[in-house]
Structure formats: C-alpha cells, structure tokens
Design a protein around this ligand. Structure first.
Ligand code: SF4
Ligand code: SF4
Length: 424
C-alpha cells in the first residue's frame, strides 16, 4: 500500500497509500528484492512503519485514523491544466503560502505516517526544502508531488532519503500529457526530471490521472514507458470532476472508470507486463469494479492555508475546521461517500477509497493476499454500487455555475484565527 495524492486531477493521482502492489494486473507477480531492503517497490522500513502504525490504531480500537496527510502549502502553479481543481482562486489567495512552522505543526497534529504535498506546484514555495526536511526529521514518509518543471533547478536543495519520494505528474505519453497540461514540451521536461532524480538516488513515482476518451492500449504503453524510466511505482486515479475545473467534459463517470481499468489491466496481463502500482491490491480490484467500497475520507485529511478541509481533498465547498481534532470529531462524515451525496457519486479517488481498501485488507488478509497474487479480477459481473440514500433537496448537487468557494468567509475566518500564512 502506498499513499500519495496530488492535485487530484493528477496532482492527486498523486497521492496514495502504499502497500505496494506489484504487477497489479499480472497473474504471476514478480517480487523484487533489492539488497534485502525493498520488496514490492516500497522500502521495507516504510512497510514496517505504516503497518505498525495501523496495527497500533486497530489494537486501541480507533475507528477513524489518518493514513496520509494531504498538505497543501500553496495553490499557485506554473501550469493551468484543463482538469485542475486547485488553481481557480483569486490572486491574493494564490500568493499565500503556508509557513514552515504551520506546515510542521499540522503534520505533528495529524500524526499520519505519510505526508503527501500537492498544490499548486510545491516547488514554487521558497521554504519547501525546510518543510520537507522537517517532515523527514519526524520520520514520516513524504511524497512531494510536482509537475517537475522546476525540479532540475531545485533538486540540489533536497537529500535522497527512504523518507522522500518525488511524485511526478505524468498523465500519459508525450501527446497525451502535453494535451492534459495544456502546454507543449512538459512531457519531455518531466521525463528528463525523472531521469535526473533517479540518477541522483531519489525515490521517484509517477502520478497519473485518467480522463475521458483514454485509449487502453495507449495507457498500457505509457505504463510500460513509465516503468522503463526506473520509477518505483505508478499512482493512477480517475479524474475527479471538480465543479470549478476549467473543463467539465474531460471526466470519467464511475462505470466508465471501472470498464477502462479492466481494459488496461487486461492488456498488461495479456502482455505479461510487470507494472508496479503504488496502491494496495484491493484498491486496484476496486478500480476494476469488484469491490463495493464506501469512502473513508478521514484516512487522507487535508490541511492548507484555510485550515483543515472538510471532508476531503476534493470537496472545496464544505468548510474548514480549525484543528485536526475538530475535523475528526465534528465533521458529519455520514453525509459523504457514494450514494450519500451527489458530489461523491462519481468519485473513485484514492484519497477516499485507498484507506477503505487498506482497512479491508486488515479485516480480510487472505482476500488481500489472494488479490495481490492473482491481480484484480477482470471478467464477470461488477460489484453493484452502494444504494442512493440521500433525498433531502439540500444534498442535491448544485449546478456547476452555482458552486462557490466561500472565499470571503474563509479569508475572514483565517484572519480571525491569525493563521500562520504569508504572501509569496
Ligand atoms: S495546474 Fe498545476 S496543480 Fe493543477 S493539475 Fe496542473 S500541475 Fe497540478
Ligand atoms: S467520495 Fe466524496 S468525500 Fe469521498 S473522497 Fe470522493 S469526493 Fe471526497
């Protein structure tokens, strides 16, 4: 299992939980042992620490616990991707930065063993090296999610470590990725940055978001290419339909997502390809339509310049808590998830469902082991979706044009609380 997550559009595929599932699509996974330190593409120290953390919560009877903190230190980016749900803020918001002190306090307050840093583009933040070093010093595993445009310029500010992974946004081959990020030449920069980071001994994953009209053959070829670059693993997610993303026609529906993943995995299996995913085996099985999971958004809480975002990284209009305790204890969690809220019905993002899959693996270890050996089931009927239970008009999804981020309320709340943020 792994966890990382980025600007879920892709920067969010950029984030997952890693109980690494090697060859999630293959029947006979090839285990990789690297000097006795790594299995399944994830360092043993990470597997051990995360498993120990989860077991500790289970033994103490903790029902809701965080696995991955999504730490958003800024919203500003040097790209403007079509499916991005993070950059549509006014200039004064985009210029704000989470301070080092605020970022590290949030990491400690949350206590999650893994921290994903999406954005915006984190490498724009001048104090990002200090933030990363501070989290590594706490012995938490950092996934620094970047579009890689600035990586060559800043890579000397970071030290290779088992606790640090560059999670690089790459949505497909050259044509597909450059179209996705709405700028030519970005694919080549990202590939060069991956090679550079690997040559310097950094852990590197890619995070990939899939949208409408993806061709399974092209995606399979892209996964082959990514593995050939020497990355540790692939994080993949269907794009979440942000209601204020620049384009709304790019997102996959839930059934289309499941069918697409089955077709991609079939191609990997047919070719005997070895793909390493930074996802649990049961999450991959969920993507292939075989698990009727409910969302567990508290497994990946989000902290940014506004506070603790309710309920998850993706929904931006549900308000903010001023402490992690308040987020966990006062959020109406039962209002969110598939069938419970129209805003959630097309969501299959790892920030909602990887934690569910990990919980399921601890509850049913033989099932998880079987799926990690066999890979996801790719034929037969899909698991039925959970029933719709919402009726109240208040929970009906607003039309996209009606969705507003409560900026004025958020600004005044932040001012009242004296939140530790600074301008660019
Ligand atoms: S605009 Fe920036 S933050 Fe948004 S998806 Fe693209 S790279 Fe990520
Ligand atoms: S299902 Fe809803 S609450 Fe869960 S991650 Fe998706 S958008 Fe967030």
């Amino acid at each position: 299992m792994i966890i990382s997550q980025p600007c879920v559009r892709s920067c969010a595929a950029r984030q997952t939980i890693a109980c690494g599932s090697e060859n999630g699509a293959g029947r006979r996974p090839e285990r990789r042992y690297n000097l006795g330190r790594r299995i399944l593409g994830i360092p043993l120290v990470q597997q051990y620490r995360v498993a120990r953390y989860i077991l500790g919560r289970k033994l103490r009877g903790v029902k809701r616990y965080p696995l991955v903190l999504m730490l958003e230190p800024l919203f500003q980016c040097n790209l403007a991707c079509a499916g991005c749900g993070k950059i549509d803020y006014p200039k004064d918001i985009l210029q704000q930065r989470l301070s080092v002190e605020a970022a590290l306090s949030a990491v400690e307050e949350c206590g999650a063993p893994m921290v994903s840093i999406p954005g915006g583009e984190p490498l724009i933040h001048k104090e990002m090296p200090q933030i990363v070093a501070g989290i590594v010093a706490q012995k938490r595993f950092v996934y620094l999610c970047t579009n890689a445009i600035l990586l060559a310029k800043h890579i000397h500010e970071y030290q290779p470590s088992p606790y640090l992974t560059f999670s690089i946004h790459l949505d497909g081959n050259r044509e597909r990725h450059d179209e996705s990020v709405c700028q030519e030449g970005v694919f080549d920069k990202a590939v060069a940055a991956i090679r550079l980071a690997r040559s310097k001994g950094f852990r590197v994953t890619i995070n990939c978001t899939l949208f409408q009209q993806e061709n399974p053959d092209d995606v399979a070829a892209f996964f082959d290419l990514a593995m050939g670059l020497g990355v540790e693993g692939i994080m993949v997610s269907p794009g979440y339909s942000y209601q204020h993303a620049p384009r709304q026609d790019v997102f996959l529906g839930r059934n289309a997502s499941k069918s697409l993943f089955r077709e991609i995995f079939k191609r990997g299996r047919k070719r005997g390809t070895r793909w390493t995913f930074n996802h649990s085996a049961l999450f991959l099985d969920f993507l292939a339509g075989n698990q009727a999971y409910q969302c567990t958004p508290w497994s990946t809480p989000t902290y940014n310049i506004f506070g603790w975002q309710r309920p998850c990284y993706l929904l931006t209009g549900e308000g903010y808590a001023q402490s992690f305790r308040s987020l966990m204890q006062e959020t109406e969690w039962e209002r969110y998830g598939v069938g419970r809220n129209p805003l959630c019905n097309n969501c299959m993002a790892h920030c909602g469902y990887e934690g569910t899959a990990v919980d399921d693996a601890f509850a049913h270890p033989l099932k998880a082991l079987w799926r990690s050996i066999r890979g996801p089931r790719l034929t037969g009927p899909m698991a039925p979706d959970l029933p719709l239970v919402y009726e109240e008009p208040a929970l009906q999804a607003p039309a996209p044009s009606e969705v507003k981020i409560p900026l004025s309320e958020v600004r005044s709340a932040a001012n009242r609380e004296g939140r530790r943020v600074s301008g660019a």
